[in-house]
Design a protein around this ligand. Sequence first.
Ligand code: NDP
Length: 333
Amino acid sequence: YTRIVLQERPGAGDITPTTFRTESLPLAGLAPNAGELLVQVHWLSLDPAMRGWLNDARSYVPPVQIGEVMRAAGLGTVVQAGEGAAFRAGDLVRGTFGWTEYAVMKAKAVEKIELPKGAELLDFLGPLGMSGMTAYFGLEDVGQLQPGETLVVSGAAGSVGSLVCQMGKKRGAKVVAIAGSPEKCAWLEREVGVDRALNYKDPQWKEEMKKVGWVDVYFDNVGGEMLDFLLTRLNKGARIALCGAISDYNRKPKGLTSYLALIGQRAKLQGFIVFDYADQFPKAMKEIAGWLADGSLKRKFHIVEGLENAPSALTMLFTGGNTGKLVVKVDHG
Ligand code: NDP
């Protein structure tokens, strides 16, 4: 079977062809002990956070070690269950399997999937996965969005962003989306249903944003200069949910200059990590599953075929090559 391991750390720059290495190992060597499962992996999630896991730095999870299989959340099927594991061959499961076709996992670290009505398997990497939980709690708990407020979402055509936009509309906000191409903006306005979508690569976008009026909640996926600009557009009492800062993941951040506006506008800027809300996931999943069942939540998956393409696909997140949730289909055919 094939797996992909971290070969060298990319430092402060881009992921390169020598960052990862592919390995071939005999499947016969993989067998579950008591309390373990052998899982065949079908789908893997690609996430901007993976860039951070490649750095040898303090974070909310330890870095991936050199020679270790690249960490990734995935969906798979149990092939064989060790003694005492409460699973059966054929069970659909979610877990942090990594970039590999097969993984031996502690049964306790794996979650059995039961598809709610209207949901498909891939939704467990999208609206019913970490993207959905991040959007939900970032907006509800950190953003404290109220009906009638103006919500601005950056990285809006991505996995988290496109869900935040729709949840904002469901909560009665005016939603302004920021994304990196005319096609993404058209999708956001026509399909996702935002009030306005602005292309940040258009030199006029800041002028257009000024016409939108003051911002009550800024759900920030991008950080850097975009955050610096949005800080000048805050309404009194605005909240900024600092979800991510993808523009700074591949480089040394340059200094913010507009953060003093937080003081004058009595605004809050708060970072969060989705795992802090783990005990409340069932509540969010219930409401999101309801939107999937009634057909009111749109989701888009950008599917890359073949585990061998995971490293190059990961770089897509940093060039904007994806619309919606980027996933890898591990098995061909
Ligand atoms: P996305 O599907 O949004 O993919 C990333 C997108 O970011 C790209 O498609 C690209 O779109 C945009 N982007 C890349 N570089 C830049 C740049 N320099 N400036 C502006 N936009 C850029 O990924 P996710 O939905 O998975 O993640 C979105 C954010 O949420 C990330 O910052 C991630 O780290 C964060 N996150 C945080 C969590 C938490 O617990 N706090 C949990 C999960 C995710 P475009 O074409 O528009 O440029």
